[in-house]
Design a protein around this ligand. Sequence first.
Ligand SMILES: O=c1ccn([C@@H]2O[C@H](COP(=O)(O)O)[C@@H](O)[C@H]2O)c(=O)[nH]1
Length: 225
Amino acid sequence: MTSPLFVAVDTPDLDRARALADAVAPHVGGLKLGLEFFSAHGAPGIRAMADVGLPIFLDLKLHDIPNTVGKAVAALAPLSPAILTVHAAGGRAMLAAARAAAPASTRIVAVTLLTSLDADDLPTIGVAGDAAGQVGRLAELSRQAGVDGIVCSGAEVAAARAAWPDGYFVVPGLRPADAALGDQKRAVTPRAALDAGASVLVVGRPITDASDPADAARAIAATLG
Ligand SMILES: O=c1ccn([C@@H]2O[C@H](COP(=O)(O)O)[C@@H](O)[C@H]2O)c(=O)[nH]1
């Protein structure tokens, strides 16, 4: 079975990204490339990373008016990402435009509430209530808009799975028990997220900042088996 573990290759250095990907490839199911890498290398960089032979998760978190997001998704289609992110807060029409513009082979997943935010942050961004409520509302909007799933933290994925049994749930902000949180605030372990119903587990710095990234990826993968 394909591993649900995707490594977040967050670096602007193409040689380092490629070396990291080659090192961890035997232990992961895919590569997540986001704003840091894409801003530095664009489409040619994504093609270079696709040569590793793993599915590519393009985490660009698109958030704009429906026409702009639809055209951006269409422009990205030649890269054939397995997963592409948009922000659920862009609204129903934007989500539907993203889904309509993507190839069938690309899963469109909508970011609900960033895992770097917690209850203290919610009033500062105009959200009343708690994280679970906000994720639940945006998950339902995403489902109704016809996208494939959502991005949420491991703390919300069980409820999301219960409400949307065939949804595709991407969970970042994961940390092995002894790992530094960094800027993540709603972290759980990769195993806990998998048990709660995650489809994809995203792990970055606990692997990429390790002295031996391949061994760190192998150790996390071993907890999932
Ligand atoms: O809510 C979100 C959405 C995306 N991310 C991305 O996942 C990785 C996490 O990296 P770590 O080093 O494991 O913290 C990173 O690329 C984020 O852009 C997220 O963390 N939370």
